[in-house]
Structure formats: C-alpha cells, structure tokens
Design a protein around this ligand. Structure first.
Ligand code: DI6
Ligand code: FE
Length: 411
C-alpha cells in the first residue's frame, strides 16, 4: 500500500537540524510527507522532479515559519483537582516544603486523583493535553505519580496512553510512583520503596511504562531509595530519569548519570560533580522554569557550566498542580530566556531537538529531516525567535502530527 505524498510548500523552516545554519534554517522551503514520515525537506527549487511528480496533495503556507512540533518532555498531566488554595497560602507566607510536610501539597492531589472516576480523570487530562497541542505540541511525556498505589498508578498511566491514542500525538509514559510517600506508608518510606520496586514489573508487563523517574529530595526520597528504584528499572531494561537538585543538592544528578539517565530535571542546585557526571553519561539537562518561577526560587541552574560541558539543554512545562500549573510551552521559552539566560534558539532547541533526546526519541522526533516523523507546527511569526519573545500570545496556526493535521482542538 503506498501512502499519500503531501507537499507543504512556500514555507520558511526552522528545521533545528544540525547546528549550522542557525535554526537549521531553510528560506524558501518545501517538505514532502509520505504517510507519517518526512520523505524530503529542503529548498523548494531543489525538490527532485521524480518526487514532485508523485505528489498527491499540496498545501501552500504563504511564507509562514514552520518548526518541528514542540516536545513537552516533562509533565504530570494526569491528576484531579487543583491547588489554588495552596497558592494563596504561600502568598500568605507558608512555604512549599512546609505545606508538603503538613500533608498538603502532593498528597492532597493524590487524594483527589484516587477519588476521581475514570471518565473524570481522562477528561481532565485530555483537556490539558489539548491546551498543549494548541501551542504547537506534538509529543508529550506524561508521568504518573498522583496514584501512589499499584492500581492507581496503573490507572494514571493508562489514562496517559489513552491521551496519545485519542489525540494522535506521541505520548511517552513515565512511572513516577516514587514521587511522594502515600499516607498509608507514613513513617515507612523504605517499605513503600519495596512496594514500588514490586509494582514496576507488573506495570511494565502491562505495557504501561516507557521510563522510570523518582523525586530525590529532602521532602521526598533519599539517594539510597532512589538507587533501589533505579536498580528495579534497570533489571527490566527501562531507562531512568530523575527530579534532581530542585530544592537542594542531594547528589541526585551524579547518581542518575551513573545509571545512564536520559535526563536530569530541574537542576537549580546542580554541583560541578553533577555536571561532570551528566556530561560523561550523555544525560540531558531538563530545565523547568515554570516551577522555578512559581515557587519563587532564586537559585538559577548552572547554564554556563552546562554549555561549557556540552550538555544538551531541554525545556518543558513540568505541568503539575503544585509547582507549575502552566500549559504554555511558549511562556516557558520566554522564561528560560529571561530567568535562565538561554538564547531564543536554545529555547526552541530545548522544546524540539533536545526535548526529543531527553525522551530517547532523537532518531525519530525533534528535527525536520528526511526519515523523521512529519510532526510540525506552522506559526504566524516573521522569525522563530519571536516564539520566545512574546509572552501570553499564541501565534500557533496549524499543527501536523504524523503527517495528519490536527483539527478541532477546542478546550
Ligand atoms: N517536583 C515538582 O516540582 C513537582 N513534583 C516534583 O517532583 C511538584 C508536584 C506537586 O506539588 O504536586
Ligand atoms: Fe516534575
């Protein structure tokens, strides 16, 4: 069976392929999609006649800027309820860590999530995913971590998989059962970690897990407990990633790098040793400016050291109800520039090529090149740097995932 050959022409591509020219720029570009894949991309004048003659449909883009579909590589999209009360309490002087220790925070979302009917949980998650798609996202990493019991974690991962199937976008699921201690394990964190290590083979056996994550922090799990979760992941051949050095330096990044982690995420308190270990392991630095901003953190991740070490920097929304209730990758690009000093090109690379690398998807996603997935976004801007420049504006006009245009993305 031969697929439709669809020509997208009269476009200016920020393909993000390679490092030169900047942005992987193609000034008078065309892209031919064959089914889900890119068959060809380049200057329109160079389109091979043999390929042009096989084109079955074409779209003219009027000189619009086209980028790879955005990749939101760190989200906690599956949960019920919201935490605006906690936001208010923090503005009255309470601290995030105090609220967490007092049983608020993550635990309150766990209670709401466990109580929500399946349909409610799926509908809430789908609505959030659609909001991301409206800003040009075509790949989403979705973590569990608000179930914290075998069947509840399974349900959350199942909802994540269902979102990918319903919306026609790539979803990678991550088991974050080691996110917080559920109330029934109060005072027994090591027993809970034993349970998590038992659940992993079952969840993986049900096809629900692409990677394993943990929250290594004073208010969550210790490095020794994190190690046990990673050993269980390794025994199953599953890649790991880590919430590391968000609120304090626990040496989590070096620990995760020792397991060949795909990414270490947050990293405000990353040490020089952590940088060295990540560079040696090829681990991606996933920066999350939304959580930094929303928790009013003041310590910035060591961007200059990351650059110097040649560590790829990815960006994501970290969407979650407690520390980053945003659904705007474009706002995260602006914050990464303004708060962390990234360049606009680094910001877009963080949501495309490097986002793909952080998910282990670099061969198929993240840049516009022949052979990769035809995932791209059409923007009403004159230059791709405008994506990081504006804030609170959404110039996304069309989104194509796997060669198919996503229509009807109402909230
Ligand atoms: N780090 C975070 O910032 C979120 N989870 C994590 O491991 C917070 C999640 C929440 O407060 O609900
Ligand atoms: Fe997170």
């Amino acid at each position: 069976m031969s697929d439709d050959l669809v020509l997208w022409r009269d476009a200016r591509f920020a393909s993000m392929a390679g490092v030169a020219p900047p942005w992987g720029w193609i000034e008078r570009g065309a892209l031919v999609a064959e089914g889900e894949r890119i068959a060809w991309i380049g200057e329109e004048a160079a389109l091979p006649a043999a390929l042009a003659s096989r084109v079955t449909r074409e779209h003219r883009l009027g000189g619009a800027v086209v980028t790879p579909g955005l990749i939101d590589g760190h989200t906690h999209l599956v949960y019920a309820g919201e935490r605006s009360l906690e936001f208010e309490l923090r503005l009255q002087g309470a601290r995030y860590e105090q609220i967490a220790r007092a049983g608020g925070g993550i635990r309150s979302t766990v209670a709401a999530t466990r109580a929500a009917p399946d349909a409610t949980l799926l509908a809430a998650t789908l609505a959030r995913a659609r909001a991301l798609l409206r800003e040009g996202v075509t790949t989403i990493e979705i973590k569990s971590g608000y179930g914290l019991a075998l069947e509840h974690e399974a349900r959350c991962l199942h909802v994540a998989r269902a979102v990918g199937a319903a919306l026609g976008v790539t979803v990678r699921t991550t088991c974050l059962a080691a996110h917080a201690l559920p109330p029934e394990y109060e005072g027994r964190a090591d027993d809970y970690i034993d349970a998590v290590c038992d659940w992993l083979p079952a969840l993986h056996g049900r096809g629900l897990v692409d990677a394993v994550d943990a929250f290594c922090e004073r208010i969550a799990f210790t490095p020794a407990q994190t190690r046990r979760v990673f050993d269980a992941a390794r025994a199953l051949g599953l890649p790991v990633k880590l919430h590391a050095e968000q609120l304090s330096d626990q040496g989590g990044a070096a620990l995760a790098a020792g397991y060949g982690a795909l990414s270490c995420d947050h990293l405000e308190y990353l040490s020089a040793d952590g940088v060295r270990a990540m560079a040696a392991a090829g681990t991606v630095a996933m920066l999350l400016p939304g959580a930094y901003y929303f928790l009013r953190e003041t310590r910035q991740p060591p961007v200059a050291a990351l650059r110097e070490a040649g560590i790829p920097i990815a960006l994501a929304t970290d969407h979650n109800p407690g520390s980053s209730p945003t659904l705007s990758p474009l706002l995260m690009m602006n914050m990464a520039c303004q708060l962390f000093g990234l360049t606009p090109e680094e910001a877009l690379r963080g949501f495309t090529a490097h986002g793909a690398q952080a998910l282990g998807l670099a061969v198929s996603h993240g840049t516009l090149e022949a052979g990769k997935r035809a995932d791209f976004t059409v923007w009403a801007v004159d230059h791709p740097r405008e994506l990081a420049y504006g804030f609170g504006v959404n110039p996304c006009r069309r989104v194509v995932a796997g060669g198919l245009e996503l229509h009807a993305l109402p909230s």
